[in-house]
Design a protein around this ligand. Structure first.
Ligand SMILES: Cc1cc2nc3c(=O)[nH]c(=O)nc-3n(C[C@H](O)[C@H](O)[C@H](O)COP(=O)(O)OP(=O)(O)OC[C@H]3O[C@@H](n4cnc5c(N)ncnc54)[C@H](O)[C@@H]3O)c2cc1C
Length: 406
């Protein structure tokens, strides 16, 4: 007769994409019995309040690290099929390319719904036969008709719809948390403070409730650290740093085709004869939205929580100016969000760190750098196997073992 499974008390710290998807996979595992076991997702502010709600959402078989990418890419496909991800979180296959262009600066101006005509901008008329011919001549796929032909220097394909896809990260992350909750995961809002240990094993975690009141304690036999760039504030030896990055969303003047573009744009400096090169990423999304992000900065250190992240309007406007310099559809569109968040970087190893630490019962899924959306389901599935089966079955994650780096 099989031995009876012991009651498990599991706490996941951090409700970004890694924590929420881990909660989902833990709750889907055959060994989870909600009458006997408890799984708590402890989130300091709100689900997907950090990078997981403000990222681009590109998924790619050509992402890194290769030990987890194929598993995670496949799981994204399976999750979308199982839970209606096409409608629920904007899952779709996309083209992806690197485009090198000359940009044309246009005077910035606040968008307004009554403002249909921009007197200070010149139509690029890219839909003329001549313009489309220029795009084709530069090797641009027929479907990509929303960049200005006149400015094009080169186009290189990076991925096709069979190797590249996308999700809306906020919708995906909040869906994972809701699906986990439906399976019996308890979501608690509070900021984890201190992990206590007994005889080399985790015992509990204390937290400050989000809505005030006395510090509380959750006892646990398993604690999973998934606090993204904040992981170090809970577990100081974690070699994880934070990098701020700004992004914007734009409602284009007409629906644009499914392309994610890495760019290199030569932009004239205002009132100068010189130019500078900028490299925003531009992702068309299915809900008639285009997402764009710029480079990171280290000007403002990571604040205590995601709701205190400072947004620098001028950095967002730079991104708007850059992307509108190569697309009439974006220039004539409406800016719908200006935002910032912190990328979880690693200072040792290439990241992420996924697996056990030197403390019994303390696991980690953190430091996912710029591929955390892509690699979340793979990370989560492997962590759930480690918890319920005692070992990772679906991939060889030995190179990501946190014990190698701290
Ligand atoms: C501009 C930008 C674009 C990106 N684009 C892509 C992309 O296209 N594709 C891709 O794969 N990746 C992308 N990424 C990377 C991706 O966003 C991250 O790797 C991923 O979101 C990290 O998820 P996380 O759950 O580890 O961290 P986070 O999303 O930061 O979540 C951590 C959570 O922990 C919570 N928390 C913090 N401290 C505590 C505490 N003490 N107690 C309880 N909870 C706590 C926070 O409130 C937060 O909700 C992008 C990142 C940026 C910045």
């Amino acid at each position: 007769m099989a031995a009876e499974q012991k009651k498990r008390t599991i706490v996941i710290i951090g409700g970004g994409i890694i924590g929420s998807t881990t909660a989902y996979f833990l709750s889907q595992h055959a060994s989870f019995n909600k009458e006997r076991d408890s799984i708590t997702l402890l989130e300091a502010t709100k689900i997907a309040g950090g990078a997981s709600g403000k990222a681009g959402g590109l998924l790619a078989l050509w992402a890194y690290p290769s030990c987890i990418v194929p598993l995670s890419y496949k799981l994204h496909q399976e999750l979308a099929e199982k839970h209606g991800g096409v409608d629920r979180w904007g899952y779709r296959a996309v083209h992806c390319g690197q485009v090198d262009m000359y940009g044309t600066l246009h005077k910035s101006k606040a968008p307004s719904s009554t403002d249909n005509e921009r007197l200070d901008s010149v139509s690029l008329e890219k839909r003329s036969k001549k313009a489309l011919g220029l795009l084709r001549a530069a090797g641009v796929p027929r479907e990509l008709d929303w960049v200005a032909a006149e400015g094009l220097k080169a186009y290189d394909e990076m991925g096709t719809p069979s190797t590249t896809a996308q999700v809306h990260p906020y919708q995906f992350t909040t869906s994972m948390a809701s699906l986990a909750e439906e399976q019996g995961v308890n979501i608690v809002y509070g900021s984890a403070k201190n992990i206590t240990q007994e005889a080399g094993a985790v015992k509990s975690v204390t937290y400050k409730p989000r809505d005030g009141g006395e510090e509380k304690t959750l006892t646990a036999d398993t604690i999973i650290l998934t606090a993204g760039p904040w992981t170090k504030s809970i577990w100081p030896m974690a070699p994880i740093s934070a990098l701020r990055a700004h992004s914007v969303t734009i409602k284009p003047s007409r629906p644009v085709s499914a392309f994610c573009l890495f760019t290199s744009i030569d932009l004239p400096r205002r009132n100068a004869r010189t130019s500078k090169t900028v490299t925003p990423e531009i992702y068309a999304r299915p809900n008639n939205e285009v997402y764009a992000c710029g480079e990171g900065d280290t000007l403002i250190p990571l604040p205590a929580s995601s709701d205190l992240v400072e947004v620098d309007e001028s950095r967002c406007q730079d991104i708007v100016d850059e992307v509108t310099s190569i697309s009439e559809e974006l220039r004539d569109g409406e800016v719908t969000a200006k935002q910032a968040c912190y990328l979880p970087n690693v200072s040792r190893g290439g990241g992420p760190m996924v697996g056990e630490t030197k403390v019994r019962g303390l696991l980690m899924g953190a430091g996912h750098t710029c591929w955390g959306i892509q690699n979340a389901p793979g990370t989560a599935k492997c962590l759930s196997e480690l918890v319920w089966d005692g070992k990772v079955q679906s991939a060889d994650l030995s190179s990501l073992d946190p014990r190698k780096y701290m």
